[in-house]
Design a protein around this ligand. Structure first.
Ligand SMILES: [Zn+2]
Length: 234
């Protein structure tokens, strides 16, 4: 028996269908985010097949960098005529980007593995220490983010800790906030639970010092991890 054959696989920002003619806009294989976990508002998969006429179950599964399945969509491929390409479109909304790394999209046709494709999530640049001269120049600019906050709940006792990171290392943290301690963990003062803060520090270090416009639209979705919520001040 001849199975349908994949002719193309396109991951993109938007798919338009004008009178049965498909257009893919903003084709990509990497999503950039200033912080993690993040939520990507929306993306599409456009897949084209050729093969015998018929209706076939077509499923898409996406796994995160640790291999855990985080999204699954079940669809159908309709091939109306064997000499024409049949398209199927999948839309993923509020997609969770838990960590940076390689995500994998796997296609299953009639329940059998068909193909897999990677895409990547990463920060646009690595968090790093700035020189005093760089900091002084950035502090003079009104368009630069000078301070970033993150709320963290102890995973065990739910005590709220509010951390702040400032572009100016001499600037005190605002009332009610803590400066981020060095090291991988923060220890809850109530229950002594270990709270990992490496990702949090990288997020805050990456946010301060960038133009505020970079964050437009970026912070509309709160991070999906209930342990971490972010905030920004000019
Ligand atoms: Zn605690």
């Amino acid at each position: 028996m001849i199975r349908p054959r994949l002719k193309y696989f396109i991951q993109c920002d938007e798919v338009r269908n004008e009178h049965g003619k498909f257009s893919a806009l903003g084709i990509f294989d990497t999503i950039y985010s200033l912080f993690f976990p993040a939520t990507h508002p929306r993306f599409f998969l456009l897949v084209g097949f050729t093969g015998p006429e018929g209706s076939y179950p077509l499923d898409v599964q996406i796994s995160d960098p640790s291999g855990r399945a985080i999204a699954e969509v079940k669809g159908r491929l309709q091939i109306a005529a064997s000499h024409q390409v049949a398209n199927a479109v999948f839309c993923f909304e509020k997609f969770p980007l838990v960590t940076p790394g390689q995500y994998t999209i796997t296609l299953f046709l009639e329940g059998d593995f068909l193909a897999e494709f990677p895409f990547f999530a990463k920060p646009p640049f690595e968090a790093r220490q700035r020189t005093p001269e760089e900091i002084a120049a950035l502090l003079d600019r009104p368009d630069i983010v000078k301070s970033a906050n993150a709320d963290v709940h102890c995973p065990k006792c739910r005590t709220l800790y509010r951390f702040q990171h400032n572009l100016d290392p001499k600037a005190p943290v605002a009332a009610g906030f803590l400066a981020l301690p060095p090291g991988e963990f923060f220890y809850c003062s109530i229950c002594q639970a270990q709270i990992p803060i490496t990702q949090l520090r990288e997020n805050l270090m990456r946010i301060v010092g960038v133009p505020k416009s970079w964050l437009d639209g970026h912070m509309q979705e709160p991070p999906s991890d209930p342990n971490a919520a972010g905030g920004i001040q000019g």
